[in-house]
Each structure stands twice: as C-alpha cells, then as structure tokens.
Design a protein around this ligand. Structure first.
Ligand code: SAM
Length: 257
C-alpha cells in the first residue's frame, strides 16, 4: 500500500458501518448511474458496485486510479482526472464521495449545479456540512448555504469522528445528502449568485454598506431597492432568506430597466 498523500486529502474511511450507510443513501432510480468522486482505496466503491448500476469513478491520483482499474476491472469506469474540471456523466447520475477537504466545496458546488445530478451524498468537513444546512442568523449561514439552496435541499445523514479515517484528520466530518429541487427563485440565477456574494462581502456590515457601489449602485438606489423588496432599512445579509434575496434581486433589476 502506498503512503496516503496529504496534498490530495487522502484520509481513507475505515468505518464499515458508515460506508454501508453512505451507500444505502444513494438509492439510484431506473436509468441513473453512479458517479463516485475520489474512490481512493475503494472503501465505498466495493459497496457501490453492489448497487448493480454502471459506475464511474473520478480519481486524481494516478496510482490509486490504476489500482482501482486492476481491482475492479470492467465493473468500474475509472477516470484519472481532477473532479474540479473533469467531464461529468452525460446521463442522469447520483454522485457520492468522501471528498478531499481541500477541494470539497468547489466539487460540491459544480456537481449540485449540474442538471444531470439527481442526488449527491458527500462526506465533508463538519463545518462545511453545517453551512449547508444552516438557517438565517445561524453562525454558519452564508454564501454557501444560499448557493446550495438554489439547487438542492440538504440534510446531514451522520457525523464522524477523526478515528473513522486513516490517517485521522484534524477535523470532524459529516455526510450530507443533497436532493435537487426545482428553482425557488425568479431572478436570473447568475445575477442572484453575484448579489448574494456581494451581500456577504463584509459579513457583519449592513446590507446597504455591502451593496453601495456594487454594479455602480448609489447608496440611495440600494435603499430604494431594499424598501421595494419589503426589507427593513438596516437589514444584514445573514438575516435574509433566499426568497428575500430573490425579491431584492428583482427590485434591483427593475431599477435598471
Ligand atoms: N473514497 C475513499 C475513502 O472513503 O476511503 C477516499 C477518500 S479521500 C478523503 C479523497 C479521495 O479523493 C482520495 O482518493 C484523493 O486522491 C481523491 N481526490 C483528491 N482531490 C481530488 C480531485 N480534485 N479530483 C478527484 N479526486 C480527488
């Protein structure tokens, strides 16, 4: 066995019960394939193949990718690539993975934004998982919470202690299940994402301060849009729901007409 490589976040799962629960949560439907991100030494892969679906695994480490190919042969399609920009499957799929800590968030963001993804079951750093399921005013609530809500409902399946992995990471982990939802916003999506990002620029500041000069908006224009969206004058981004950001996005777009 080769030495786990830190640069690729290689903390291999050594908890069989957790692996079984993760795989049971995938629940592929007819016509859906399985996409595993970062199969590593195959702790999940073996059980995923028992689901009896065509399965694709994207692994960045050429040594582990080769090992997966020789271990599973024709049963598994192994792609030696970076999941941050690798091609995703062309048919509907359910994604699963014990994601590397250093690339977990960008991988999650692109997978849930992909319309062919029908569910994602991802192990992440517990703090990241908590951001996904946070509510307005919760400490972890922020850009990632709202970004995820554009695409999916998130729930935490379980949390795991460092001793469930080899080598043990410094942080706790959690498995999140993300189920796609139809759009619950009406504004242009890219515009809405840009608005949310600008609104959280300085977390503790009032919204009006974060948005003044964004898209050349004057302070008065921001005040007017906040009022038109039915929000209190001194509102902060951390208090606002996705629907409220959507209303604000529309109010700003309306002003620009
Ligand atoms: N699934 C295995 C398990 O649960 O034991 C391995 C999990 S380990 C936390 C993360 C895996 O993702 C490693 O195999 C690592 O090489 C791979 N990996 C890291 N960065 C990646 C990336 N950008 N794209 C694809 N795979 C990546």
């Amino acid at each position: 066995m080769s030495k786990p490589k830190k640069k690729w976040g290689q903390n291999f799962l050594r908890n069989r019960g957790a692996a079984e629960r993760i795989v049971a949560a995938v629940e592929p439907r007819d016509g859906e394939i399985v996409l595993e991100i970062g199969p590593g030494e195959g702790a999940l892969t073996e059980k995923l193949l028992d689901l009896g679906r065509p399965t694709v695994a994207i692994e960045i480490d050429p040594e582990l990718a080769a090992r997966m190919r020789s271990r599973f042969g024709d049963r598994l399609t192994v792609v030696n690539a970076d999941a941050i920009d690798a091609d995703l499957p062309q048919q509907p799929y359910r994604a699963v993975g014990n994601l590397p800590y250093n690339a977990g968030t960008p991988i999650l963001r692109r997978v849930i934004a992909d319309p062919r993804c029908r569910r994602a079951v991802f192990m992440l750093q517990k703090e990241v998982a908590e951001r996904l399921v946070a509510h307005p005013r919760d400490e972890p609530y922020g850009y990632l919470t709202l970004y995820a809500q554009l695409f999916a409902d998130s729930r935490i399946l379980m949390t795991l202690e460092p001793k469930s992995f080899h080598p043990a990471p410094k942080v706790r982990s959690a498995v999140v299940v993300l189920d796609p939802v139809p759009p619950r916003y009406t504004c242009d999506r890219e515009r809405l994402i840009a608005l949310i990002s600008a609104s959280f620029r300085m977390r503790r500041k009032k919204l009006v301060n974060n948005l003044t000069d964004w898209l050349d908006l004057s302070r008065d224009a921001v005040h007017e849009a906040i009022a038109a969206a039915g929000l209190p004058e001194g509102v902060r981004a951390e208090e606002m729901s996705l629907q409220e950001f959507d209303a604000l996005c529309r109010a700003i777009a309306h002003r620009e007409l």
